[in-house]
Design a protein around this ligand. Structure first.
Ligand code: AP5
Length: 235
C-alpha cells in the first residue's frame, strides 16, 4: 500500500460521516501520490491546542459536536491552499461539509487555484466513503490517535501491537475529546443534516464516486485508488 504512484493528481475531496475512515484513507492517499492531507478537523484541533483566536472561537463548538462557522473554516482552508506543497494536488479531509463550503470551494478552485501555466486541475474528484450508521459508534468509541503524528488505531478493528502505544513512532495513544457517546450522536446528526446534502450536490453534477467504507481498511484503500486512477483523478 505504501508504493508511490509516479503520476500527479489534482484536488481530491473525501466525504463521509464521522468515523467513516476519511483520515485513515487520506493518510494512505497522501503517501501514495505525494500530496498533502488537509484535514479541517486536525487544523482546528491544532488551533484549539495553541489557543489561537480561531481555536478559541472553535473550541466549544467542536466540544458540542457542532460545525464551526463556514467563514472561519473557509478562511482557514484558503490560507492552507496557498502553500506551495498544494500545487501538484491535495486531499481535503472533512471539507466541504456544508452547501456554502462546497460553493466556496468551487469558486476558489476556479478563480484562484487553476493556473494554465502549471496545468493544475480545478475540478476535484469527490469520493464518498459510505458506512452504515450502526458501525460508526463502535468505530468512534474505539478510536485511538497517536499524539505525535496523528496515526489512527482502533481497539476493536485496528489495535496497536502494544496497548496505548503507536506502532510507528512509539508515542502515546489518546482518545479524542469529541469521541464521547453524547458528542458522537451530535456529530452524526450534523452530518445527516448539513453534510449529506453536499454529497447530493456533487452527485447531481456527476462528480461523486462512492466507496463502501464498511469493508476492511486495505480493501477500501484499493477501491479508493481505483476511483482516483480510473475516473479522472490523474492529471
Ligand atoms: P473531524 O476531525 O473532521 O472529524 P469527523 O468528520 O467527525 O471525522 P473523524 O475524524 O471522526 O472520522 P474519519 O472519517 O476521519 O475516520 P477515521 O479514519 O479516524 O471534525 C471534528 C470537528 O471539527 C467537527 O465535529 C466540527 O466541529 C469541526 N470541523 C471539522 N471540519 C469542519 C468543517 N469543514 N466545517 C465546520 N466544522 C468542521 O476512522 C475512525 C475509526 O475507525 C478509527 O479508529 C479507524 O481505525 C477505524 N476504521 C477506519 N476505517 C476502518 C475500516 N475500513 N474498518 C474498520 N475500522 C476502520
Amino acid at each position: 500500500m505504501a508504493e508511490q504512484a509516479s503520476r500527479s493528481v489534482g484536488p481530491i475531496v473525501l466525504l463521509g460521516s464521522p468515523g467513516a475512515g476519511k483520515g485513515t484513507q487520506a493518510k494512505r492517499i497522501a503517501e501514495r501520490y505525494g500530496i498533502p492531507q488537509i484535514s479541517t478537523g486536525d487544523l482546528l484541533r491544532e488551533n484549539v491546542q495553541r489557543a489561537t483566536e480561531l481555536g478559541v472561537q472553535a473550541r466549544d463548538v467542536m466540544a458540542r459536536g457542532e460545525l464551526v462557522s463556514d467563514t472561519l473554516v473557509c478562511d482557514m482552508v484558503g490560507d492552507r491552499l496557498q502553500g506551495q506543497d498544494c500545487l501538484p494536488g491535495f486531499i481535503l479531509d472533512g471539507f466541504p461539509r456544508t452547501a456554502a463550503q462546497a460553493g466556496w470551494l468551487d469558486a476558489f478552485l476556479e478563480h484562484e487555484f487553476f493556473d494554465n501555466s502549471h496545468e493544475r486541475r480545478c475540478r476535484p474528484i469527490v469520493i464518498l466513503i459510505d458506512v452504515d450508521y450502526n458501525q460508526l459508534l463502535l468505530r468512534l468509541t474505539g478510536r485511538r490517535t497517536c499524539l505525535a503524528n496523528g496515526h489512527i488505531y482502533n481497539v476493536h478493528f485496528q489495535p496497536p501491537r502494544e496497548d496505548e502505544v503507536c506502532d510507528l513512532d512509539g508515542s502515546r495513544l489518546v482518545i479524542r475529546n469529541d469521541d464521547r457517546e453524547e458528542v458522537i450522536r451530535e456529530r452524526l446528526t450534523a452530518y445527516e443534516r448539513q453534510t449529506r446534502p453536499v454529497a447530493e450536490y456533487y452527485h447531481r453534477q456527476g462528480r461523486l464516486f462512492t466507496v463502501d467504507g464498511s469493508l476492511p481498511v486495505d480493501t477500501v484503500t484499493a477501491k479508493v485508488f481505483q476511483e482516483i486512477e480510473g475516473h479522472g483523478g490523474m492529471a
